[in-house]
Design a protein around this ligand. Structure first.
Ligand code: 5AD
Ligand code: SF4
Length: 493
């Protein structure tokens, strides 16, 4: 429990700093189902990158547990070491290469121990990974996890095992993810995979393939099961949740699916949200990530209609300048983004808004950078993930544009953005002092075991004295003070 809290708090502290990857290098444990015979082997898995990657590791753990593996949190004890990797920026990949060196000792000590790389970097580098990193035995892309037991067997017989085939259908719909090192209160549910957006800077369409939506009934079943197990918050995950569309009719694809009338056989994101919200009134529902070009008023109205749909929208802007947005192939401009923000403020006035920003994209001028600053001044994001542009091989931007903003300029602009964001988050937190929020209690504070922490609907972390309150319950907390990262309060009697 406290480890989970620690990670949350680190992530939270980092909110006002430059975040490279949202979470990194977490290890996970899983239990083998009792009905499955042990094969005497243990796996160890470490995950990097986005929430989607962490959710995928839970699918991998489920597949391996089903094949008879037990899990361990000590890589020195493992027969199989897996790294679920991220490729979004160059330093994410450098970190993986560095980490791989740590596993040399295990291979020397334990004859037959295997090292596998999964996820986006595996997909990007494919067989090349085996040439570049001799320590690696298995390479499996995000759509190849069902074949892991076979790949492990192949690798065990001395062959190098690679499966980086991307699929148009795979959603791992019926695989029940094993909740790894969970706090037992909050969980992710993956609702779709892949991305069709082709943002010029982004490697994801190449590493995660075409967009596909998961069967809504399996999503609801997963939410219900989590609720029955005591979970009280689910976050619906997808690269672009607003384009979620599932049809039970396999002939309805492409344009036909977009134009189909919605009913239980054709479900869009707003309707999915409603179905999850109806699972139980005290099961909170969050979602990530929204795309400004696709976020509909229907989704916003659904947020307003249900108390348990959290009043929080993550709406990556990337840049505040229309010309840069066009070069980024984001398919919206500044005016459109502002109009979406206005829609949020009109329909869900209490919603908090967070974002992703890239500084120093190809050819970005000082004036264009100032447009990003002024966008921040306009929206006043409560949370922002801020990055310097990192050119990724094979992307549209790498092919079309020169990465010509000098590194020190990128960094200076980023620092400016980070400083402004810190002011905004402090301002926003100060406005919450004196207000009472409904908080879902997630755990015991890592800094003080007499304190609990949880989040309000706006996704802000609140710390408060424990009393005799229990995790997984709701409390009304009066905010008495704050920092730029945390609200501090006490429970209203
Ligand atoms: N360089 C820097 N940041 C990037 N992101 C995606 N690709 C890159 C890149 N090449 C950022 C975007 C995205 C977030 C997940 O990561 O802001 O929204
Ligand atoms: Fe997630 Fe993107 Fe990193 Fe893949 S490249 S792990 S999709 S952030």
């Amino acid at each position: 429990m406290s480890e989970q809290l620690y990670n949350n708090e680190v992530a939270f502290e980092l909110q006002t700093k430059v975040i490279d990857e949202t979470r990194q290098g977490e290890t996970l444990t899983a239990e083998r189902p009792k009905s499955v015979k042990a094969n005497g082997k243990k796996f160890y898995i470490e995950s990097y990158g986005c929430q989607m990657n962490f959710a995928d590791s839970e699918v991998v753990a489920s597949i391996l547990a089903g094949a008879g593996f037990d899990s361990t949190t000590e890589f020195m004890d493992a027969d199989l070491i897996l790294l679920n990797t991220c490729a979004i920026r160059e330093n994410a990949e450098q970190r993986i290469r560095f980490r791989l060196q740590h596993f040399r000792g295990v291979k020397k000590r334990k004859k037959g121990a295997l090292v596998g790389v999964l996820g986006c970097m595996a997909e990007r580098l494919k067989e090349k990974f085996l040439e570049e990193e001799k320590i690696v035995d298995i390479v499996a892309g995000p759509d190849a996890y069902r074949s892991l037991p076979d790949l492990i067997e192949e690798a065990g017989s001395g062959q190098k095992a690679v499966n980086v085939l991307l699929s148009r259908e795979e959603t791992y719909a019926e695989i029940n993810p094993v909740r790894l090192n969970s706090n037992g209160i909050t969980a992710f549910i993956s609702i779709m995979r892949g991305c069709d957006n082709m943002c010029a800077f982004c490697v994801v369409p190449f590493t995660r393939g075409r967009e596909r939506s998961r069967d809504w009934q399996s999503i609801i079943a997963e939410a219900k099961e989590l609720y029955e197990q005591g979970y009280r918050e689910v976050t619906l995950l997808g690269q672009n949740v607003d384009s979620y569309r599932y049809s039970t009719d396999p002939t309805l694809v492409g344009k036909k699916l977009l134009e189909a009338k919605y009913d239980d056989s054709v479900v869009n994101f707003a309707q999915l949200l409603e179905k999850v919200a109806l699972v139980a009134p005290d099961l909170r529902v969050r979602f990530s990530t929204s795309h400004p070009k696709d976020m509909t008023d229907d989704v916003l109205h659904m947020m307003a209609k249900y108390h348990n749909i959290c009043k929080y929208v993550h709406l990556p802007v990337q840049s505040g300048n229309s010309h840069i947005l066009e070069m980024m192939n984001r398919t919206y401009d500044r005016a459109w983004y502002i109009q979406r923000i206005e829609a949020i403020k009109r329909i869900v006035p209490e919603a908090a808004i967070s974002t992703d920003i890239i500084s120093g994209f190809c050819s970005e001028t000082e004036e264009e950078h100032q447009d990003t600053v002024s966008m921040m001044e306009y929206v006043k994001y409560t949370l922002a993930y801020m990055f310097v542009y990192s050119e990724r091989p094979g992307t549209l931007a790498a092919k079309k544009y020169k990465d010509d903003v000098p590194e020190e300029v990128k960094k200076r602009r980023l620092q400016e953005i980070v400083d402004i964001h810190r002011i905004h988050s402090l301002e926003s937190n100060k406005q919450d002092v004196g207000k009472v929020f409904e908080v879902l209690i997630e755990g015991i504070s890592a800094r003080n075991d007499m304190e609990l922490y949880g989040r309000n609907t706006q996704n802000k972390v609140i710390v408060f004295p424990k009393g005799d309150l229990k995790t997984g319950t709701y409390a009304n907390v009066l905010v008495t003070s704050c920092t730029s990262g945390t609200l501090i309060g006490r429970v209203e009697s």
